[in-house]
Write a protein that binds this ligand. Structure first.
Ligand code: FPP
Ligand code: MG
Length: 300
């Protein structure tokens, strides 16, 4: 199973998609919390890992739908740091699935390049087995020139860890590159894994759970949250369109918050000299350090 599926639309599906595209605003960034794989596996009397594998197949469909409808950034919660508490058999099974999928991704980079898809792993890569670190680093480097659709795979991720890592980054640079007065929300945001992404416009969580589960808690303050009872491996194009419709209905209520957040962030940036040469140098150092780490991991 490839990362972008060859989903074939029915006439009704493609017509409805065109209508939604023509009549309403399409979210720029959609985040998926793919929940319910094991309940699906139990209901079908198949192995848990087969449930996760079917979940991956749905992710590939979702990517196709997102590409076709005009979503430009997708973030997907594939492995929480909390998932390390699951049985070693399941954790190893999920890692094997990731090994298989990332190896496949490297075989099909040409296809991803054709679609202009850039893969970014957001999470604490250092917590992963070494061979997987190498695979994900190589995947990120080999698609880094693409800019049509960004796919952020949250792997070994929790928000609390992301924020902790951001604090660590700030502290590491506090004696040379930063001054105490530089530290503010805007700076923290720039130290998150998602530093180059706008916040999600829409979050879609499946399986009837209405929690955020430590996912992008910093980034979701003005996102439309959409919860569906469907189990992730059973998600269909119609569920996806229903979430887009809910976004089109609810975004108006959030537009004012968004505007005022953006304004606040701009004001903060201005009042804290955020556009100074010194700060730009610091941001360039973050990017450089992150890229150097990837190059090192890929070479291991
Ligand atoms: C949540 O369902 C799903 C996960 C913990 C794993 C999701 C992973 C995939 C779909 C594969 C993605 C792989 C790559 C390489 C991107 P659950 O296990 O919590 O199921 P439950 O809620 O029914 O217990
Ligand atoms: Mg679950």
């Amino acid at each position: 199973m490839s990362w972008v599926s060859d989903y074939r639309y029915t006439w009704l599906e493609s017509t409805t998609m065109q209508v939604l595209r023509a009549c309403g605003h399409i979210p720029h960034h959609v985040a998926f919390v793919m929940d319910g794989n094991r309940r699906f596996a139990r209901s079908q009397q198949i192995d848990k890992i087969e449930g996760h594998s079917r979940g991956f197949a749905k992710l590939a469909d979702c990517l196709r739908w997102c590409l076709d409808i005009g979503v430009r950034e997708v973030t997907t919660f594939a492995f929480s740091i909390e998932n390390f508490k699951r049985s070693s058999e399941e954790v190893e099974g999920l890692f094997n699935l990731a090994r298989e999928k990332f190896a496949r991704l490297l075989e099909e980079t040409e296809r991803l390049n054709e679609h202009g898809i850039r893969i970014r792993i957001i999470g604490n890569i250092g917590l992963l087995p070494q061979d997987l670190q190498k695979l994900v680093a190589t995947a990120m480097l080999s698609t880094e020139q693409n800019d049509k659709l960004f796919l952020n795979v949250a792997f070994a991720y929790t928000s609390r860890d992301e924020i902790t890592q951001a604090v660590e980054t700030v502290l590491r640079h506090s004696s040379d590159d930063l001054r105490p007065e530089d530290i503010n929300e805007r700076l923290m945001e720039e130290c998150l894994y998602t530093r180059h992404s706008p916040p999600p416009d829409l979050v879609f969580r499946t399986s009837g759970e209405t929690r955020l589960s430590d996912f992008m808690m910093w980034q979701l303050s003005t996102s439309v949250l959409y919860f569906s009872n469907v189990l992730w491996p059973q998600i269909t194009f119609w569920h996806f369109l229903a979430s887009i419709l809910a976004y089109q209905r609810d975004r108006w209520q959030l537009d004012d918050f968004r505007r005022s957040e953006r304004l606040q962030s701009l004001q903060l940036a201005k009042s804290h000299d955020f556009y100074s040469e010194r700060m730009q140098k610091f941001l360039a150092i973050i990017d450089e350090d992150r890229r150097k780490l990837l190059v090192r991991l890929a070479a291991n």
